[in-house]
Design a protein. Structure first.
Length: 458
């Protein structure tokens, strides 16, 4: 048992050390090799748009807490301290002295505290409708976060597949470069053997073709570098971290594409924009009702407590006489508060209703546009799949053409131009083949986005 534990610890240490050695480049520099799923997860974790969406959720949650808090008691407290005139009972007993002289020397100090507690009982929907609107607002923010995540995933796929396409293009161009080298060696050999098929002008043609191929190779290398840099920026990696896309090839996956109507129905259920609209309409409807509730009064229960003390004043115990500087009393009452205005409430109701009507129009647009988006992505996938087969057959035929033309050239009955033309068509069709696979992947990514599937895995 102890031996197994020691073996496990040593194995873990070796594994961690090996991983660190793999990731470590120059001191302080790290290189990460990531596949598509790893890139997506990293992007979703570090994207500033997701942080903004989380802040919007917190903001909506705070609005819900604020709306809930209006149903709780509210307390208003005020304390005062200042000078007050002296007052004695003999000034009002047995009769009130109305000619008492005021003197600053008779001033004293007082302190007072007033407490008012109000508990809403019935607000005709002001509190409830605002709580409902805030609850739906949270769901809107969550759906918006999912939408941002889907957009980020689509962008990551674009850059990731762009890197793979640039690599495939480099492989095709490297193959053409090899053909040019072999062709040049063949023609030089024919010229040295003074064969009738050997023409020095063919060397110039090969150099011209090679120059064009080299130019495209530089563009493909630059394209890979730009796509990798864009992917790194999308993942928000530090300057001392480099990213290497996993070494995988572009190939057409074997999968059956279901009917388009199924994707449209799935989009109506999963697309976050639809959920944003439904929750947003519910929130706006609640805000309209909350604005209309301002036409009605608020009924509440109030409790009051007031206390004041002054050092050189006598307390008057008479319910008809109130002393602001020396007293103590409290009580409970049922209250009603009604705010009436001439057009302000009506304007607020109209404003909220206009926002609701705007969302209704947006929903009508989404009902027609999102199915169109799904249909376009589905048709693009179908077209790309067919183009893959077409271009594959084309570059295979061009390869056979080139083999036959090269054999004729070797026997001295062929034209080297036929070989060049065959190689040119071969390279063009093979590049179009990988471009079609790239188009298929992007169409599938657009379809996943249009349907609103999970942003991490497909």
């Amino acid at each position: 048992m102890r031996l197994n534990l020691c073996f496990l610890v040593v194995t873990t240490i070796i594994t961690v050390f090996s991983v660190n050695c793999t990731l470590a480049g120059s001191p302080g520099h790290t290189t990460l090799e990531m596949d598509l799923d790893g890139c997506i997860r990293t992007a979703l974790q570090s994207a500033p748009e997701i942080g903004e969406a989380n802040a919007d959720i917190d903001l909506s949650s705070s609005k819900l807490n604020q709306a809930k808090s209006y149903s709780y008691p509210q307390i208003d407290a005020m304390a005062l301290f200042g000078p007050a005139p002296t007052a004695k009972q003999q000034d009002i007993s047995p009769v009130i002295n109305t000619s008492k002289n005021f003197s600053i020397r008779d001033m004293t100090w007082f302190t007072s505290s007033d407490l008012l507690i109000t508990q809403p009982l019935w607000t005709f929907g002001k509190i409830f409708e605002n709580m409902k609107a805030a609850t739906h607002g949270i769901e809107v923010a969550k759906a918006r976060k999912q939408q941002k995540g889907n957009e980020i995933v689509l962008e990551v796929k674009k850059y990731y597949y762009g890197v793979l396409l640039a690599r495939e293009m480099q492989n095709v161009l490297a193959e053409l470069q090899l053909y040019m080298i072999q062709g040049k060696e063949k023609i030089q050999q024919l010229i040295q053997n003074e064969s009738a098929s050997g023409d020095p002008m063919d060397l110039f043609k090969i150099d011209a073709y090679s120059g064009e191929i080299n130019k495209f190779m530089e563009e493909a290398v630059k394209g890979e570098q730009l796509a990798t840099a864009a992917l790194k920026a999308r993942l928000v990696l530090a300057d001392n971290v480099d990213i290497v896309v996993a070494s995988e090839r572009l190939y057409l996956p074997e999968e059956n594409l279901t009917d388009m109507s199924g994707f449209i129905g799935k989009a109506r259920l999963q697309r976050p924009e639809f959920r944003q609209l439904s929750e947003g309409i519910a929130a706006r409807t609640a805000l309209v009702e909350a604005a209309r509730a301002n036409y009605y009064p608020d009924i509440f229960l109030a409790g009051m407590l007031s206390w004041a003390y002054a050092g050189n004043r006598d307390r008057i115990k008479n319910p008809y006489i109130s002393d602001n500087f020396k007293h103590g009393y409290g009580g409970v009452a049922l209250g009603i508060k009604w705010h009436l205005d001439f057009g302000i409430t009506a304007a607020k109701v109209s404003s909220e209703q206009a926002q609701l009507n705007r969302l209704d129009s947006t929903r009508q647009y989404a009902d027609s546009y999102i199915p169109l988006q799904v249909k376009k992505a589905w048709l693009d996938m179908q077209e790309a799949r067919k183009n893959v087969t077409i271009t594959k057959n084309a570059f295979n035929s061009a390869k056979k053409w080139g083999t036959a033309a090269l054999a004729n050239f070797d026997f001295g009955v062929g034209n080297p131009r036929d070989v060049f033309d065959a190689i040119g068509v071969y390279g063009k069709m093979k590049a179009a083949y990988y471009q079609s696979i790239f188009d298929f992947y992007m169409a599938r990514a657009n379809l996943v986005y249009a349907v609103g599937d999970n942003p991490v895995t497909e």
